[in-house]
Write a protein that binds this ligand. Structure first.
Ligand code: CP3
Length: 341
């Protein structure tokens, strides 16, 4: 089989024979084949085993015929490499037992050498490039999203500690953001060097910020990282979840592709981001629709996105762990068939 570069063409806004699709969290718990690899070991053990990461990265490509692969890892791996203990508790998500809430804690963080501390990631990328017939997406968390986990000590709903630091100790907050950003640029450059063919920044929590606060506390760091990555020449995807109010910033971030969650009509988003490719944006739960309705939704979304400079079909956020894989398969087939030109 020859290499399928449809995804890369769409990222660059070049003409494609059909709309490419991949889905966030495509390698994960909704696939029984993933659960089999995952059973008997912890999530972090899996993340640190290159051969197994290769196996689970390939699963959605082989089973569901995705047009791009995403490196199997986690946005919190580099935070651990900065010197913090990281635990994943079954059903509770990530925990950082030592939170970062004062200058001493920020000063203690290191900006690690990616190859020395996260060699397993670069090894996974190298191995994957030998196997893959579709492009490989590398990724990292955007600094604000990563910072929330370090400051809160795990997942949060209200972000009390994060916003308290922003508003009562802005210099401390900025010093943390600066350090995370330097780590992130180095990490993504190492992924590019190892063979990643596109890079996505996940800003899962950007949407909890007022636009004015996004502009001063989060956006400058996103821009700086994307600027640091420009010399790689790789397409950069910026995904600010719940970011409909931030689209003009996203468009101005330097990214080539703007990731969209499902809360906005894709046609409206296209008008606002201008001359940029877009990625998204069906509600992950719409995968539960009966086949005819799901196909109808996909057809409408493809039509709404027709004026985009490029469109990569995706969900508006990660696939839910209880989604039947057959439904994801219906979506992939529908996108390929209905967008064929
Ligand atoms: O297929 C892929 O998308 C690649 C792998 C990937 C994972 N996490 C694997 C994973 C990617 C790109 C991520 C990104 C990630 N991780 C984000 C940004 C995207 C988003 O969802 O907003 C965030 C916020 C994290 C942090 C994280 N990792 C949380 C909050 C959790 C627990 C939540 C949950 O769903 O249980 C994880 C765990 C995690 N990361 C799993 C997977 C497959 C589940 C681990 C398991 O138990 O097997």
């Amino acid at each position: 089989m020859t290499f399928n570069d449809t995804f890369l063409k769409a990222c660059r806004g070049e003409a494609t024979n059909y709309t490419p699709i991949w889905i966030m969290r495509q390698a994960g718990r909704y696939l029984p084949q993933y659960q089999k690899v995952r059973s008997g070991r912890s999530f972090l053990e899996l993340c640190k085993s290159p051969e197994l990461c290769v196996e689970v990265t390939l699963q959605p490509i082989d089973i569901l015929n995705m047009d791009a692969a995403i490196l199997f890892s986690d946005i919190l791996i580099p935070m651990e490499a900065m010197g913090l203990e990281l635990e994943f508790h079954e059903g509770k998500g990530p925990i950082f037992p030592q939170t970062v809430r004062d200058q001493a804690a920020v000063d203690k963080l290191i900006v690690p050498d990616p190859l020395e501390t996260m060699g397993f990631v670069m090894e996974t990328i190298t191995l994957l490039r030998k196997e893959l017939k579709v492009p490989l997406i590398g990724f990292a968390g955007a600094p604000f999203t990563c910072a929330t986990y370090l400051i809160e000590g795990g997942s949060s709903k209200v972000f009390w500690e994060t916003k308290k630091m922003m508003f009562t100790a802005p210099e401390l907050f900025h010093s943390l953001m600066d350090k995370i950003s330097r780590c992130t640029s180095k990490y993504l450059l190492a992924q590019a060097e190892a063979g990643a063919q596109a890079l996505q920044l996940f800003d899962s929590w950007a949407g909890v910020l007022a636009p004015v606060d996004f502009e001063s506390y989060a956006f400058p760091y996103v821009k700086r990282i994307i600027n640091d990555l420009k010399p790689t020449g790789l397409p950069i995807i910026y995904f600010a979840n719940n970011g409909s109010t931030l689209l003009e910033y996203s468009a101005d971030s330097g990214a080539d592709v703007i990731g969209l969650d499902w809360r906005i009509n894709i046609g409206d988003a296209v008008k606002r981001v201008g001359n940029k490719a877009v990625q998204g944006n069906i509600d992950p739960f719409a995968l539960l629709l009966p086949e005819d309705k799901l196909r109808g939704r996909i057809k409408k979304l493809l039509e709404d996105a027709k004026d985009a400079k490029g469109h990569i079909f995706n969900l508006g956020h990660g696939i839910h762990q209880f989604t039947p894989p057959e439904q994801a398969k219906i979506a992939v087939e529908a996108v390929h068939e209905l967008s064929g030109r």
